[in-house]
Design a protein around this ligand. Structure first.
Ligand code: M6R
Length: 600
């Protein structure tokens, strides 16, 4: 959460920071700010609440000069979005400026100590105390002062610091990602590769507890004990084109339409002559139990994983919210495989859960999109989604790629344990991308439904079995980008309470494609109709029975039941998108949200 970008080199830093920050808006957009060292004389600082886009044209007219600078886009944790709380923060003398991602948990204690020592803390943030600590320890060596300050912090940080009289940026991380970008006679620092991709693809990933001292021509990394750490320079594979909107009104829409391609990429090279090829460093035969941990949309993938793995392999699978798993002293032991699913690979709760699992002796497997991310580096083994960068805050293509990859994983476990592999599903996997393409070719029915229900006060999404998590996902998509209250529920549970909500104004979306519970779903639809609810049904083409009773129909191609979540979710993504757009909400930047949640 929050975005950081920094520059040091021969060029003017401001345009580089500005374009970098724009790429980071998906990390938080409550406020933004810059600090530039103006020819080694003074620091110019500018910060404002609100989204950078609203100020861009005015900012471009202002002349901010300086070849060293740091910038920040904020997702508020401590203190409302205001100019005072926006980063950068400075010390009493206005010599040192700092930007920070993460949360400092012991900031209250440190704050009272600093205030007793005479430091004037002016914001409500936890961040400001860091810069005062650095001031306290500063005796001419910025790197040393930062290290001393960091030793006192409890919590998480990714940060960048500059001093008026020093031609360098000091960057450090613990629990919040940070990379150094290496150019020719210039260096960058950023929380995400997207911010610097335009300038360099050569990067160094900082690890927890590392501090980098960066000048225009070189960098060195030490740990908090001052010991030098050798770092490997790596190459980012993503291209600039992948992080552009390419004519689409929003990133979310672009990413929805990229799904035929991202799904192909998830399959590429992994299916050869009816054999599944995954290179995993895990002894599949020794697995006694699987636990899947994740958050948000990735947690919905985890719920589907339970169906897939238990259905194909009979290995028991437990699913947990990562944030709950960590703190309830879970029973995890040798013989367990803990699978962490995360688009970003940086979600603090998922990372924490995976570390907990490892510490308790389990093997860990990451299902991750972002190469180089912290989870992908720490797990025993991993499978990348290859979905390409996902910028829209609402996860779309990463979700379907997770489902594709997890289906492959379930079949792979079946194969490696010497069981007969489910041939129909294996064959059908290859047809999924073109079936998604078919859904995207005609979205008229979805747009019509969006128009009809855009002002609804609430929505219910109902499904059974492998499509119950899709009901949850459809409801999450709608709430997060349209701000309409929506609930996902198992269709069979309605009669135990929520059916009381039904009246003629309540839209109820059913996932009603062919399945082993199709007849039960039919009855559940009748129950809603009998109470005058408005039924929208996602059905297979040529389904005549449901067409007769539903008010609105969304058709999708037929597929294997286990793979139907991939097709069914596409229409729900589009429905949420169009409702948000019709309500005048920018779905790429929904209020209060950020793309990757690196705090607990
Ligand atoms: O990067 P991750 O997959 O770990 O992120 C998990 C959730 O924060 C994420 O899925 C979130 O719920 C999205 N906004 C959903 O659209």
């Amino acid at each position: 959460m929050c975005g950081i970008v920094g520059y040091i080199g021969k060029r003017e830093a401001f345009p580089i920071l500005l374009s970098g920050l724009k790429r980071l808006l998906y990390r938080g957009y409550d406020s933004y700010g810059f600090a530039l060292i103006n020819n080694g004389k003074e620091i110019v600082c500018f910060k404002k609440p609100g989204k950078l886009d609203n100020w861009e044209s005015r900012l471009l007219k202002m002349k901010f000069e300086g070849k060293i600078g740091i910038a920040h886009s904020r997702w508020s944790t401590h203190g409302e979005p205001s100019e005072l709380n926006a980063h950068p923060h400075w010390d009493c003398q206005k010599n040192i400026y700092l930007v920070h991602n993460g949360i400092i948990e012991n900031y209250q204690t440190l704050k009272s100590i600093l205030e007793k020592e005479g430091h004037k803390i002016i914001s409500e943030t936890d961040t400001e105390i860091i810069v005062h600590l650095i001031e306290k320890f500063y005796k001419g060596n910025l790197e040393r002062a930062v290290m001393e300050a960091l030793k006192l912090l409890e919590g998480a940080y990714g940060l960048a610091v500059v001093h008026k009289n020093q031609n360098r940026i000091i960057a450090a991380r613990k629990g919040s990602p940070l990379i150094i970008g290496i150019g020719k006679g210039e260096m960058f620092v950023a929380s995400d590769a997207a911010a610097i991709l335009k300038h360099t693809k050569k990067v160094v990933y900082l690890k927890d507890g590392e501090v980098a001292n960066i000048t225009a021509n070189k960098f060195r990394v030490r740990n908090l004990d001052g010991k030098k750490v050798e770092k490997e320079v790596e190459e980012i594979k993503w291209t600039l084109g992948q992080i552009e909107k390419k004519g689409f009104k929003h990133f979310m829409l672009k990413e929805i339409f990229e799904q035929p391609e991202s799904l192909e990429n998830a399959l590429r090279g992994r299916l050869k002559q009816s054999k599944i090829k995954l290179s995993l460093d895990i002894d599949i035969n020794s697995i006694k139990r699987i636990i899947v941990v994740s958050c948000g949309t990735s947690w919905h993938s985890a719920l589907i994983t339970k169906h897939l793995i238990e259905g194909f392999t009979r290995i028991p699978v437990e699913v947990d919210y990562a944030s709950e798993f960590r703190y309830r002293r879970p029973v995890v032991k040798k013989g367990d495989l803990v699978v962490g699913i995360s688009q970003s690979g940086e979600t603090a709760d998922t990372l924490g859960a995976m570390r907990e699992a490892k510490a308790r002796g389990a093997k860990t497997l990451g299902i991750i999109n972002v190469v180089g991310s912290t989870i992908s580096r720490e797990v025993d083994s991993g499978i990348f989604l290859h979905a390409g960068p996902e910028i829209g805050v609402a996860s779309t293509k990463a979700f379907t790629s997770q489902l594709m990859t997890l289906s492959l994983l379930a079949l792979y476990i079946q194969q490696e344990r010497g069981n007969k592999v489910n041939r129909e599903i294996l064959r059908e996997l290859k047809n999924i991308p073109s079936k998604v393409e078919k859904i995207l070719e005609n979205t008229r029915a979805i747009k019509k439904i969006a128009k009809k229900f855009k002002d609804s006060k609430g929505f219910l999404y109902l499904g059974r079995g492998v499509n119950f998590p899709i009901a949850l996902e459809g409801a999450l998509k709608l709430k997060e980008i349209s701000y309409i209250h929506a609930e996902g529920y198992p269709a069979g549970e309605m009669k135990h309470g929520p059916i009381a909500l039904i009246d003629k104004n309540m839209p109820v979306l059913f996932l009603a494609t062919k399945s082993c519970t199709y007849d039960k779903i039919m009855s559940n639809i009748q129950e809603i109709k009998a109470r005058k609810g408005k039924v929208i049904a996602v059905v297979n083409r040529n389904d005549k029975r449901i067409r007769k009773i539903a008010d609105y129909i969304i058709e999708v191609p037929k597929t294997e039941e286990y793979l139907s979540p991939i097709l069914n979710t596409i229409s729900l993504q589009l429905l949420a998108y169009h409702i948000a757009d019709l309500r005048g909400i920018d779905p790429d930047y929904p209020r209060h949200l950020a793309k990757s949640v690196t705090c607990e």
